[in-house]
Design a protein around this ligand. Structure first.
Ligand code: PEP
Ligand code: MN
Length: 264
């Protein structure tokens, strides 16, 4: 169960040997919005590792607003991520969009991301409850904390207790930023639940120039980690370039984070 009443201690989720949660060290996940090819993801993976990141993100199945926008490389993208993991040792995080891809994700991906748009795809959540890979459950664009925790409950009640929550900004009237980062969820989730919570400052702000300050604020608020979009050529990125950090900025961000908390 998601409620802390049933589980007073913080849950620590093991992602291919990396421990997420439990007030000790902060995990920093970095990588591009979309996998664009083997060399691209392998190059970024080396830079993420060198900067101090401990996991690699990269989308192969992309939930794009427009059907004419790049939809992701699919299986080929997942296999490119696998190659990047082989070269760097970094565990890999990628988004699943439908239950019919579960076998592929169980075979290849270390941390399976459920994106904001699928937070209430209950059939997907039920199917993920039947496996034992860790799940990164993002908060929906317009969902309450209660709804979000109930979605985690769907996964956990099926038998998979390996859930990490991720706040990625919610939709408000404010259009200056892409979304509004609801940082108060960190202490609220810590009070209500034992699950780890990480912050995605990239989708929360939509602007690379805001990512460092929001990351540091998230660490100060007690988040268990960050998931940050990093690209070696943001101007040419196939998706979300405007919010992607160049590797050297990502490195500086982690160095500043280390002043506030221990980073894995
Ligand atoms: C992503 O991580 O690239 C993504 C699409 O995130 P979200 O589901 O938070 O919009
Ligand atoms: Mn993205």
């Amino acid at each position: 169960k998601v409620n802390r009443l049933f589980h007073p201690e913080d849950s620590i989720i093991d992602v291919a040997g990396i421990k997420v949660g439990g007030k000790e060290k902060v995990v920093v996940i970095g990588g591009p919005c979309s996998v664009e090819g083997k060399e691209q993801i392998c190059e970024i993976a080396e830079e993420v590792k060198q900067a101090g990141g401990c996991m690699l993100r990269g989308g192969a199945y992309k939930p794009r607003t427009s059907p004419y926008a790049f939809q992701g490389l699919g299986t080929e993208g997942i296999l490119d991520m696998v190659e990047a993991r082989k070269r760097t040792g970094l565990p890999i995080v990628s988004e699943i969009m439908s239950a019919d891809k579960i076998d592929e994700f169980v075979e290849y991906v270390d941390l399976i991301q459920v994106g904001a748009r699928n937070m209430q795809n209950f059939d997907l959540l039920k199917a993920l409850g039947k496996i034992n890979k860790p799940i990164l459950l993002k908060r929906g664009l317009s969902n309450t904390i209660e709804e979000w925790l109930m979605s985690a409950e769907y996964i956990m009640s099926g038998g998979n207790e390996n859930v990490i929550l991720c706040e990625r900004g919610i939709r408000t009237f404010e259009r200056y930023t892409r979304n509004t980062l609801d940082l108060s969820v960190v202490p609220i989730i810590k009070k209500k639940s034992h699950l780890p919570i990480i912050i995605d400052p990239s989708h929360a702000t939509g602007d690379w120039d805001l990512v460092e300050s929001m990351s540091l604020a998230a660490i100060a608020a007690g988040a268990d980690g960050l998931i940050v979009e990093v690209h070696n050529n943001p101007e040419k990125a196939w998706s979300d370039g405007a919010q992607s950090l160049k590797p050297e900025k990502f490195k500086t961000m982690i160095e500043k984070g280390r002043v506030i908390a221990q980073v894995i």
